[in-house]
Design a protein around this ligand. Structure first.
Ligand SMILES: Nc1ncnc2c1ncn2[C@@H]1O[C@H](COP(=O)(O)OP(=O)(O)O)[C@@H](O)[C@H]1O
Ligand SMILES: O=c1ccn([C@@H]2O[C@H](COP(=O)(O)OP(=O)(O)O)[C@@H](O)[C@H]2O)c(=O)[nH]1
Length: 234
C-alpha cells in the first residue's frame, strides 16, 4: 500500500507543551494529530502482548522499542483520512528516527521544537493530573536525563538539516500559540518562503518550505512538481 503524505514533527522535553500546542495547531490548520505517547498508552491499556513492557519502560522513563512505536504510528497514518500529519513527541532517539525512515520511507518536512527550562517542564508535568504512570518526581527526573542524552541529538540532527524551527515554550498556552501560529499561517498563505527572525536553530528561509507549503495546502498535488513522500508497506 502506498499513501501520499507529508508531515511535521513537534519535539520538546516532557511538559514543554507539545500535546497542548499540537491540538491547537491541528484544529486551526487541519492536521491529523498523532501523539506517539498517546498511541503507546492506548496500546498499554489494550491488553496487548506489549502492554506490560510499555508500562514498565514508561514508569522508568525509558523509550519504547522503535519497531513498536513506528508500527503504531504507521497504523494511525494509514487509518486517517487526512494527508497532513502532525507527529507529536517522536522521534525520541536517533534510532527511532532511522527506523521510522526505513519503515515509513519519509523524513519530516518541518520540525517545531519547544524550548523550555527544566524547572518549568517539571512543574507542568507534576501538575498534569491525568493519572499517568510517569508524571511523578522520580520518573520525570529520569525522563529529563533520557531527553538530554537521547532526544536532543535528534533535535540537533534536524537543526543541521535546516528543518528545525525553535519556539520559546514559556508563557501561557495562548502566548506560545501566538508564536507558533504565524509560522503556519505564513507558510499556508505565502507563495514564497517566510523570512523569520534570526535564531540559532532557525534558518532565515526554510529549505523545506516548498514541501511544507504543499502539506499545508490541500492535498491535490499531481500537477505540481514535488517529490511525493511515499509510505511503504512494512
Ligand atoms: N503554557 C503553559 N502554561 C502552563 N501549563 C501548560 C502550558 N502548556 C501546557 N500546560 C500544561 O502542562 C502540562 C504538560 O503539557 P503537555 O502539552 O501535556 O506537554 P507535553 O506533551 O510536552 O508533555 C499539561 O497539564 C498542560 O495542560
Ligand atoms: O516515541 C515515543 C513517545 C513516547 N514514549 C514513551 O512515552 C512516555 C510519554 O511520552 P509522551 O510524549 O506522552 O509525554 P511527554 O513527553 O509529552 O510528556 C515517554 O517518556 C516514553 O516512555 C516512547 O517510548 N516513545
Amino acid at each position: 500500500m502506498e499513501l501520499l503524505s507529508g508531515f511535521a514533527v513537534l519535539l520538546g522535553g516532557p511538559g514543554s507543551g507539545k500535546g497542548t500546542q499540537c491540538l491547537k495547531i491541528a484544529e486551526t490548520f487541519g492536521f491529523k494529530h498523532i501523539g506517539a505517547g498517546d498511541l503507546l498508552r492506548k496500546e498499554m491499556y489494550s491488553g496487548s502482548e506489549n502492554g506490560a513492557m510499555i508500562q514498565k519502560l514508561m514508569t522508568e522513563g525509558g523509550i519504547a522499542p522503535s519497531e513498536v512505536t513506528v508500527k503504531l504510528i504507521k497504523k494511525a497514518i494509514e487509518s486517517a483520512e487526512s494527508c497532513k500529519f502532525l507527529i507529536d513527541g517522536f522521534p525520541r532517539s536517533e534510532e527511532n528516527r532511522m527506523v521510522y525512515e526505513r519503515i515509513i520511507g519519509a523524513e519530516p518536512n518541518f520540525v517545531l521544537f519547544f524550548d523550555c527550562p527544566e524547572e518549568v517542564m517539571v512543574k507542568r508535568v507534576l501538575s498534569r493530573n491525568e493519572g499517568r504512570v510517569d508524571d511523578n518526581e522520580h520518573t520525570v527526573k529520569e525522563r529529563l536525563k533520557v531527553y538530554k542524552a537521547i532526544t536532543l541529538p535528534v533535535v540537533n540532527h534536524y537543526a543541521k538539516k535546516g528543518k528545525l524551527y525553535k519556539v520559546d515554550g514559556t508563557g501561557t498556552q495562548e502566548e506560545i500559540f501566538e508564536r507558533v501560529q504565524p509560522v503556519f499561517t505564513s507558510l499556508r498563505e505565502s507563495q514564497k518562503g517566510p523570512m523569520l527572525s534570526a535564531d540559532p536553530y532557525t534558518p532565515s528561509h526554510y529549505p523545506a518550505y516548498d514541501l511544507l507549503h504543499l502539506i499545508l495546502s490541500e492535498c491535490s498535488i499531481p500537477e505540481l512538481e514535488f517529490d511525493y513522500i511515499r509510505i511503504h508497506a512494512m
